[in-house]
Design a protein around this ligand. Structure first.
Ligand code: SIN
Ligand code: CO
Length: 387
């Protein structure tokens, strides 16, 4: 198969999602025309020094792969950036407002599926080798040129290798896509498609990564919510038991009833909320320094709304709500925190949660409880007031 099979010339999100999302890789040339890097190498290295940032250096020197995990000191960076090296910094979307344009391009995929923006800087020859990821990723080419190859979806003929304890690679690797990416080009890779990028020149790449929970993560997340909320106290009971001659056996009926107990829980309306709450917790926490030192009172907020107020989500914010809700409250979650607004103001809150900024005017005729929530959102630093 030749690489042009996978080319997309005009990017249309609808066609992309129908034909490519989770199905096959593709190249989107010049999705970002006249691309300008939102960061330079020194600033990326500066971010890698931050205490709570997830950074890695992967190098290949003297026929040896090496991986170092941050946070780094400036000396670590100097010592470990040897041979063909790559510096990778996760969660950059939470730190740099100028990366917003990159992630916003993919806003046709819901917030809860988005994971983070990984910024990669590599010198010529740099790369992490052929590997696969379990998540979807859009790799945006920044400065420089990089050769990207993508293979057939992982199958039993592939073998996993660990050239370093923290580096998983895969072989054999037969490319079905083999291209040189230029600034502004994008490569979409669905989960389990082996791929590798090798820099031809010094390069920046921006990986807009997604996540998808597995069953174990879902159950773990729900278990946390159940314990926190003291839910699900219904206990197994067996008034119709008959005697057993094999007391070590757990019979099929008992297993059936135990599973029923679990099913009943999964089907509860409250579980929709628990799931949404869990999904709203981000792996890469948003800054807490946005919280206001002198918080606004609700009446102050009302005055600000009366004077005409524009608010916008702060960096990295991913508010979520279950779409199907019929209660007297409209419930939404931010970073695992639950908010309950008067259902009368649901249309307003839906706009607030879905848009990148919102003008709030007295014509909204908001309930005072909603003004209170807006004040809380601003005071907590989840939303900022624009001038
Ligand atoms: C890289 O830019 O080399 C790593 C990104 C990836 O392959 O997931
Ligand atoms: Co990858």
């Amino acid at each position: 198969m030749t690489s042009h099979t996978y080319d997309i010339i005009d990017f249309d999100p609808e066609i992309f999602v129908q034909q490519y999302w989770q199905k096959k890789p593709c190249i989107i040339r010049k999705l970002f025309p006249n691309f300008q890097d939102p960061i330079d190498a020194d600033s990326l290295a500066g971010l890698a020094l931050e205490e709570d940032i997830d950074a890695r250096i992967v190098s290949f020197a003297d026929e040896q792969w090496d991986v170092h995990q941050g946070p780094f000191t400036a000396d670590d960076i100097n010592e470990n950036c040897v041979g063909s090296w790559t510096l990778m910094v996760q969660g950059v979307d939470n730190y740099l407002p100028q990366t917003k344009a990159l992630t916003e391009k993919f806003a046709f995929i819901p917030h809860w599926r988005f994971d983070d923006l990984l910024v990669t800087y590599s010198v010529a020859g740099g790369g992490v080798g052929a590997h696969y990821d379990e998540y979807d990723v859009f790799i945006v080419q920044g400065m420089g040129q990089r050769r990207w190859q993508v293979g057939h979806k992982l199958n039993s003929s592939h073998e996993k290798l660990y050239p370093h304890a923290h580096l998983q690679q895969v072989k054999p690797f037969q490319p079905i896509i083999d291209i040189v990416m230029l600034p502004g080009d994008v490569l979409y890779i669905p989960p389990f498609y082996p791929h590798q990028g090798k820099s031809i020149t010094e390069c920046f790449n921006y990986s807009v990564g997604f996540r998808a929970p597995n069953q174990s993560e879902l159950l773990q997340g729900l278990a946390d919510g159940i314990l926190d909320n003291d839910l699900l106290t219904k206990r197994f009971s067996d008034p119709n038991r008959v005697i057993t001659h094999k007391r070590s056996a757990v019979n099929g009926h008992d297993i059936f009833v135990l599973k029923q107990l679990l099913h009943q829980f999964i089907d509860l309306d409250e579980t929709d909320y628990l799931l949404t709450e869990m999904l709203s917790k981000t792996y890469h926490p948003i800054h807490d320094e946005y919280a206001l030192e002198s918080p606004h009172s609700s009446s102050e907020m009302l005055r600000m709304i009366n004077a005409g107020l524009t608010i916008a989500p702060n960096l990295g914010l991913r508010p979520l709500y279950p779409e199907h809700q019929t209660n007297e409250f409209f419930v939404f979650f931010i970073n695992g925190r639950r908010y309950e607004a008067d259902a009368l103001d649901r249309p307003f809150f839906e706009r607030l949660l879905n848009e990148t900024k919102l003008k709030v005017t007295p014509s909204e005729r908001l309930q005072f409880s909603s003004v209170n929530i807006i004040a809380e959102l601003v005071n907590e630093g989840f939303y900022e007031v624009l001038d």
